[in-house]
Write a protein that binds this ligand. Structure first.
Ligand code: ZN
Length: 292
């Protein structure tokens, strides 16, 4: 497990300003992310979407990085081309000898997720990093999610990595507190990599995580139009339990729809703006102790 190349990716989603402005700031101030023993590069993933203040131009770049899509010559949208460029910078994904040992992909969410990591990778380096950060940041929450389109994440191009998600923050908006939190988390991770040989054996090989179970869509009519919204009692309650019989949605005429699942699970990414089009209102997860 050798760390030689680390990449910080910002602007994967053009309307998520925290990562976009941090990436631009670090491109101008590379000394701040320089550490002994490895190289750190900053990649601004989607300039065109950033200028447009939109998540993407043609398709979601953070779902476009599967091997099937990268190797499909008929995929030629703006983001398909970006995914291929990113693959040569950070991957290649199907090559053991990759250009990047760890990818930190910076995101924000309109859901009240606080400071969280989305992990979709099983590598030892990823989990050592997650466990280390969880100890350093008491409020940090970890969500293991294989995604709605498996393995299409930008951070899946490198050997290890994860996405940082901070919120709640509207699209196209900066918030100093979340900007600083993201920055602090990245610096802490780079410091960990710098002292990796010294610290790795002391990292606990167990970490509390929220493990993905299911996606819950909004109630819709036969034309797929929304017929309800997230219930006020569920709004903002990320990483909190939901029990059978508790309100989950409210119809436009004010009727409550209750959660009918038998299992007590935790709700995450509640009311994330970008997920209306993806067809889910929240994610359900179970809390487990993940050993690695
Ligand atoms: Zn994002």
């Amino acid at each position: 497990m050798k760390i030689q190349n680390v990449a910080i990716v910002g602007g994967t989603h053009g309307n998520e300003f925290t990562g976009s402005y941090l990436a631009k700031f670090w491109q101008k101030n590379p000394k701040l992310i320089k550490r002994i023993g490895f190289e750190t590069k900053v990649v601004f993933a989607n300039q065109k979407a950033f200028k447009n203040v939109s998540r993407y131009i043609d398709r979601d770049l953070n779902r476009a990085c599967s091997l099937t899509d990268i190797n499909n010559p008929n995929k030629n949208s703006h983001e398909d081309k970006l995914a291929r460029e990113l693959n040569s910078k950070l991957g290649p994904k199907d090559d053991k000898d990759k250009n990047c040992d760890f990818v930190i992909d910076l995101h924000t969410t309109t859901a009240n997720m606080g400071l969280s990591l989305v992990v979709s990778d099983e590598s030892e380096l990823t989990w050592l990093s997650v466990s280390y950060l969880a100890k350093e940041f008491e409020e940090l929450k970890v969500y293991r999610w294989l995604g709605d389109e498996e393995d299409g994440y930008v951070n899946s191009l490198g050997s290890a990595g994860f996405a940082i998600e901070v919120g709640a923050i509207p699209q196209g908006v900066l918030r100093a507190d979340l900007y600083l939190k993201t920055q602090e988390l990245v610096y802490k991770l780079l410091d960990f990599f710098e002292k990796f040989e010294e610290l790795k054996d002391s990292v606990k090989r167990e970490v509390s995580i929220y493990d993905h179970v299911a996606l819950v869509d909004y109630p819709r009519d036969i034309n797929s139009k929304l017929t309800a919204m997230v219930h006020k009692n569920r709004q903002d309650r990320n990483f909190q339990k939901i029990k059978k019989g508790e309100p989950i949605f409210m119809t436009f005429d004010g009727k409550t729809i209750n959660y009918e699942g038998k299992e007590e699970l935790y709700t995450l990414f509640i009311n994330e703006a970008a997920y209306y089009e993806k067809g889910f209102a929240m994610c359900l997860a179970k809390k487990i102790e993940h050993k690695f």
